[in-house]
Design a protein around this ligand. Sequence first.
Ligand code: COA
Ligand code: AMP
Length: 628
Amino acid sequence: MSYASEYERSLADPEGFWREQARALPWIEFPTTILDQDANGAWRWFDGGKTNTCWLALDRHVESGRGEQIALIYDSPVTDQIQKFSYQALTDTVAYAAGALAALGVEKGDRVIIYMPMIPEAVIAMLACARIGAIHSVVFGGFAPPELATRIDDATPKVILCASCGIEFSNIIPYKPLVDEAIDLALHKPANTVVVQRAELEADLDREGDLDWADWAGAAERADCVVVDATDPLYILYTSGTTGKPKGVVRDNGGHAVALNYSMEAVYGVDAGDVYWAASDVGWVVGHSYIVYGPLIRGCTSILFEGKPVRTPDAGVFWRVIQDHKVKCFFVAPTAYRAVKKEDPDCALKARYDVSSLEYQFVAGERLDPPTYHWLQDNLGIPVIDHWWQTETGWPMCANMAGIELMETKPGSPTLPVPGYDLRILDENGHELGANEEGAVVIKAPLPPGALPTVWGDHDRYLAAYWSEFEGFYLTGDGGYRDEDGYVYIMGRIDDVINVAGHRLSTGQFEEVVANHPAVAECTVVGIHDADKGQVPFGLVLLKDGVNVAPDQLEKDLVQMVRQGVGAFANFKRAIVVDRLPKTRSGKILRALLRKMIDGEPYTTPSTIDDPAIVPEIDERLRERGVL
Ligand code: COA
Ligand code: AMP
């Protein structure tokens, strides 16, 4: 099969193409319609289909004789544990957790928030929700209480499932006090908090509704899979948009399962029985799609890794895991390999391990910078595949398709659009651009199965954020171009989203926190270049009249506030005081100019600037504070 024919077929006959992919999975009832539009005008896949995602990921493999195969390997260098769950064992454990949720009154359509580190209970919790048709919303464990509180108020969960602590290298991070603080901050109060008590630090279960996971799941009866519609929501995953308020990306059951099942084979080149490892976190979309649902729906063995690329215990840990579990396909963010490369520049540790099982190295989450690409290519000697996607789509939009036809790779490019994605590059007036011309990267409607049909509780925001800029085209928020061979190059966000070590954040999230400092009158936060993390946030603040505060102290205060307001993983480390901010005559802050100035890149003062004298003023402040 050639890539070109598969791609063309997917666009020429989307219904035929996806009907065939839908037939690759069993259904409780096969869809009556493949593609249509709902009452809101949103495109929906597989209407009339009846399914259950937990059944697709677990029970049906047991029913077809794969019960003894390992479904999940928990490999935790931070606790020195390896635990393996067969499909049968994981099905049983999930069935009891689902029964325990049901005993708390959680029913189909109810929301459950999961705030956990990388432990098996996180996966069990997600699948248990799916089993009874409850909608989970996993919140990344690095988020601080105010961010968790925002998500509690938006998702209004009946129950929160969490752990007593997380482990970052050798630091124990108590989670339960963070959950308690978030519940105190939130207007909505979940009825119960169920806590996995970890041996490293047990939590006090002293609030009304607190439960110990072991007792709670231990006392439960098994719950069966509840039949859901293909179009019913499976989960909500919050992601950063252009404002401080995150968007609740909704994922349905049927389209998601079909798309992920297809992608495991077509994009990643793996099938049932293969060992697949995505070293991300369950709190991000990579964790949802390619630690939990994708590999399990396909019948693979998935790895849940509670460790870091380095110092757990060293920069050879990736090779150790690949060797120990015979990983065939490995997926990680480039930032993780930059960390490995920094500690082991010649990749010498790899020689200590047998990594001959590894056939493909995939990377995503941020641009794969050419030096990292070449380092990987030179040291691995297998296909190194950059692929591009986002929380909203749930699976790759551009890739070199290992399961269809591997194309020539071009450093800096995630290769070609994946079947189902009609990718175009548009100028600001909505006209299609030619080869090598940079513009907005958009996808012509309809998006393929798996992509978001709405934003939780706010369909108008969905339309405004994704569909209003260019009629009939989904706005990805990324800028880029295609070369003369059609290869896609993603050059970075064209909105206020920044990407810190593969973690997506919005400048608005930071600005809301920084603006709360009593001395700050106005502020802006921009994403600047960082050699290790790709981007990091940088603050510029104006002080209130008459306020006198030492710049060092102010910077320290702001760093602390962002750690407590957003999370330490956001890497907010610098903020400087300026007298004025560069703005257009209509009052818009010239962020691109600021970014270039701070990065020390060449820039020209835009003609739209209100007062050009601000530029040398800012340059002086940057030099005074040692930024330049
Ligand atoms: N829970 C709590 N805190 C967390 C956290 C989590 N899940 N993740 C990160 N943090 C904290 C860290 O402990 C650190 O705190 P500190 O400032 O008190 O030391 C801070 O956030 C910054 O963390 P990080 O940016 O991760 O830097 P690091 O030096 O701790 O680790 C790497 C460097 C390269 C090991 C790490 O950035 C990494 O693993 N990156 C890959 C991330 C990834 O996979 N992204 C893709 C998602 S799809
Ligand atoms: P997230 O929703 O957290 O997965 O982040 C998605 C964003 O990360 C995209 O919109 C891009 O800006 C960026 N991104 C992800 N993968 C890549 C990639 N392979 N190349 C360039 N940017 C990427």
